[in-house]
Design a protein around this ligand. Structure first.
Ligand SMILES: *Cc1c(COP(=O)(O)O)cnc(C)c1O
Length: 465
C-alpha cells in the first residue's frame, strides 16, 4: 500500500513511513493512494468474529508489507485483549430504543474512544523503532482525550519521548489528571496559555519547521497520523456486521471535533460497508455543520462547552475529506489550504458540496439541549450518557426512526465529564477501580505561553539531556 499527501508534493511512503512521519512534508495529510474494497463475502464473514479478527481483516490491506502477518496478528490480539480493554466485547452495542443503539467506545484504559487507535499506534512505534534502532519525539495537542490516550500508549516505551500540549484550564479535572499524574520520565505534559486550536497550531508550526523536525525526529499522534484513522475504521465494521450488514444498511451519528472519527466511517463506506448516512454531530463549535449548510468552510471563535473534546473550529481531518470530495486532486487542496491560511475560509464547489450532502447530515447542539438529552435519557432508560455522546444522540434523531438502524458513537465514559453529568442528571458517575485514587496521585506539568520558539527550545534541550 502506498500513501500520498493531500497536497500532492510530498514523497510517496509506505505504511511504516506514514506512521513514523505523521504530517506530510508539504503540510498535507497522508492518505492511501487507492482504498481497498472488501467483498460482500468478506464482510459477511465478520459476523460473530472477535474484535481482533475483524481488525486484522480491515487493517491488513493498509499495513501491506510493513509488518509481517504474525507480528500484526500478535499486536492486534494484545491491543484488543483483556489486559487493555475491560469489556470482553471490546466495543459493545447497547440498545436505547426500538431502532436506536449506542456503540460504547470507552472501555479502554483512558475511558475514551481514542484508546482504540492509540493503543495500537504505541505498539507500531515500538515495532518500527526497534527494527530501525531509532528514537522518536512525539508531539501532540489535546483537547483532553487524545493526550491521556497517547500518554498511556507511550509511557515507559524505550525509544519514545512524548510532549503533550493541552490548553491550560480548558480540560476537565479527570482529563488533566489522567495526563499529569503519569510520572514516567519519557512523558512531558505542557499546559499552554491558549485554546486547543492554539495548541494545534503550535504543533503544526513545529512540524512545518523541517530542520527542527529532523533534528528531534518528530512524529505525530494526533489524528493527522493515518494509523489513527485506520484503527478507527474497524469498529464501524464490527458494529455494522453485528446489526446485520452487509444485508442491511446502517447509519451512524458521530460526535465530531477534528473529523477523524467520522472520516473513518466515510472510509469504511468507501471500502464497501453499506453505511447509509453519517451524521456530523457538533456542539456550538459548528464549523463542520456550517460547511455542510453553506458550502463555505470558515473558522469562527472557539467557545468553551460541556463537551470540551469537540471545542474545535479548525478540523484537521477535513482536509482528507476535501481531498476525496475534490476527486483526489492535490493541487486543488493546496490552493484551498492557501486560501484558508490567507482568508480563514474556503468555498467548496457545487459538485463537492453535493457529494458531501449525499453522505453526511449535520447538526449543532448547544449545551442546554445536551443537558436535556442527558436528563431525558436517564429518565426513560436509566442510561447515563456523557455530554459528547448526548450531542450525538440528539443529532441521530434527524435520521428516520423506521429506516436504517441508528448507531450513535459513545466517545467517552460519563465519569470523564462527571461535573456536567451530575448537573444534568443528578447522578455522580464513579471512577472505575483502576482509577479510583486518581485525585490523590502526584501531578507534574510544565506551563508555557503560546510561543513556538519556547516550545522548540524546550524540546531541543530535552533531546540533549
Ligand atoms: C476526540 C473526541 C471527539 C472528537 O473526535 P474527532 O475524531 O476529533 O472528531 C469526540 N468525543 C470525545 C469524547 C473525544 O475525546
Amino acid at each position: 500500500m502506498k500513501y500520498v499527501s493531500t497536497r500532492g508534493q510530498a514523497d510517496v511512503l509506505d505504511f511504516e513511513g506514514v506512521t513514523l512521519t505523521g504530517l506530510a512534508r508539504d503540510g498535507g495529510l497522508y492518505v492511501p493512494d487507492t482504498l481497498p474494497r472488501l467483498s460482500e463475502q468478506g464482510i459477511s464473514n465478520m459476523a460473530g468474529q472477535s474484535y481482533s479478527e475483524i481488525a486484522l481483516a480491515v487493517i491488513k490491506p493498509f499495513v501491506g508489507e510493513s509488518v509481517d502477518d504474525s507480528s500484526l496478528k500478535a499486536m492486534l490480539d494484545e491491543t484488543y485483549g483483556a489486559s487493555v480493554f475491560r469489556h470482553s466485547a471490546v466495543a459493545p452495542l447497547v440498545q436505547l430504543g426500538p431502532n436506536d443503539w449506542v456503540l460504547e467506545l470507552f472501555h479502554g484504559p483512558t475511558l475514551a474512544f481514542k484508546d482504540f487507535a492509540l493503543q495500537l499506534l504505541g505498539r507500531f512505534f515500538d515495532h518500527f523503532t526497534a527494527k530501525r534502532s531509532q528514537k522518536l519525539t512525539i508531539l501532540g495537542a489535546t483537547s483532553g482525550d487524545t493526550g491521556s490516550a497517547a500518554i498511556e500508549a507511550c509511557r515507559g516505551r524505550e525509544n519514545v519521548t512524548i510532549y503533550m500540549l493541552h490548553p491550560k484550564g480548558r480540560v476537565s479535572d479527570v482529563q488533566r489528571l489522567q495526563m499529569t499524574t503519569v510520572l514516567e520520565p519519557n512523558v512531558i505534559n505542557v499546559a499552554v496559555d491558549g485554546t486547543f486550536d492554539d495548541c494545534q497550531a503550535l504543533v503544526k508550526t513545529c512540524f512545518n519547521d523541517l530542520e527542527f523536525r529532523d533534528q528531534v525526529g518528530l512524529t505525530a499522534v494526533n489524528s493527522i497520523n493515518w494509523a489513527r484513522v485506520m484503527a478507527q475504521i474497524v469498529y464501524y465494521f464490527a458494529s455494522a456486521t453485528a446489526l446485520g450488514a452487509p444485508g442491511r444498511r446502517i447509519s451512524y451519528s458521530v460526535p465530531t471535533g477534528n473529523f477523524g472519527d467520522i472520516y473513518a466511517g466515510f472510509i469504511a463506506r468507501e471500502m464497501g460497508l453499506p453505511i447509509d448516512k453519517l451524521v456530523i454531530a457538533t456542539n456550538s463549535n459548528d464549523i463542520l455543520a456550517r460547511t455542510l449548510q453553506t458550502g463555505s468552510y470558515s473558522s469562527g471563535d472557539v467557545h468553551a462547552t460541556i463537551s470540551p473534546s469537540m471545542d474545535i473550529q479548525v478540523s484537521s481531518n477535513f482536509e482528507r475529506m476535501m481531498f476525496d470530495l475534490s476527486g483526489r486532486n492535490g493541487q486543488t487542496i493546496s490552493d484551498y489550504m492557501r486560501s484558508f491560511a490567507a482568508k480563514g475560509s474556503i468555498s467548496l464547489s457545487d459538485t463537492e458540496i453535493a457529494k458531501a450532502r449525499d453522505i453526511f447530515l449535520a447538526e449543532q447542539v448547544d449545551d442546554e439541549t445536551t443537558r436535556q438529552v442527558m436528563a431525558e435519557l436517564k429518565d426513560s432508560t436509566g442510561y447515563i450518557a456523557d455530554p459528547h455522546t448526548a450531542v450525538g444522540l440528539k443529532a441521530s434523531r434527524q435520521l428516520p426512526a423506521g429506516g436504517a438502524p441508528r448507531v450513535t458513537l459513545s466517545t467517552a465514559h460519563p465519569v470523564k465529564f462527571g461535573a456536567a453529568v451530575e448537573e444534568a442528571t443528578g447522578s455522580v458517575p464513579r471512577l472505575p477501580a483502576h482509577m479510583a485514587d486518581l485525585y490523590d496521585r502526584e501531578e507534574r506539568y510544565v506551563s508555557l505561553p503560546n510561543d513556538d520558539q519556547q516550545l522548540k527550545a524546550m524540546i531541543v534541550k530535552g533531546q540533549a539531556v
